[in-house]
Design a protein around this ligand. Sequence first.
Ligand SMILES: C[S@@+](CC[C@H](N)C(=O)[O-])C[C@H]1O[C@@H](n2cnc3c(N)ncnc32)[C@H](O)[C@@H]1O
Length: 224
Amino acid sequence: MGSNRGANRREAAAGRPDAPARQILPRQAKRDLRTTPAWTTFLPSVSALWSFVFGNDRPVEIEIGPGRGDVLMTFAAARPEVNFFAIEHVRGAVEYVQARVAHAGFENVRVLAADARCVVTRIVPPASVAAYHVYFPDPWPKRRHRKRRLVDVALAAALRRTLVPGGAVHVATDLRDLFEDIRAALVAGGLQPSPTQAAPARPVTRFERKYAAAGTHAGSFVAG
Ligand SMILES: C[S@@+](CC[C@H](N)C(=O)[O-])C[C@H]1O[C@@H](n2cnc3c(N)ncnc32)[C@H](O)[C@@H]1O
């Protein structure tokens, strides 16, 4: 009953262009709004987003769904000349990774709690990302859950739009079918498999150790 009233109120507010965000957004999004870093407030006026976020103009690589952050930590330590931006939608995981980053004293890492699909599609500036890393995305094996998968054509198009010329999307998964679906989505979004561009060496994560005993399917994709 209560949640219906909330939904009705949100629906009415959504029709009004002057309605404050707090009237439109559902509860989780309101929580996100409270804890989202302040730079999002200035987005409309920020043309050079990454220099604002990192305080320098180094190349930016994005990891989507870092989980416990094993790959992120390794990359950040091995390549301090690169800025790493991780987007993870599970808040507990974000806090865990942020604590690891702080403990290691890495200044080239930022971790954002958000849906990567929303951030990449709406916030990341065009031609601004040197590489995307997508390792072991959730498989959502049931057919009726497929629409929850991370990589679809819309995301693929956004990845392509936001990559710098020569930039790449690196993908790995334990499931051949999922890899083929991701490949199809990326190709439909304007990317193509690159036989020459390889992902940087990454550690085997706990997830990979547990689920990829039968092998890992990996590939890199560049703008076609
Ligand atoms: C199966 S885990 C793999 C974690 C890590 N990449 C690894 O290899 O160990 C998938 C991760 O992607 C995150 N994730 C899934 N969909 C996401 C989305 N739309 N935006 C951000 N993170 C997402 C999940 O919360 C989870 O941490």
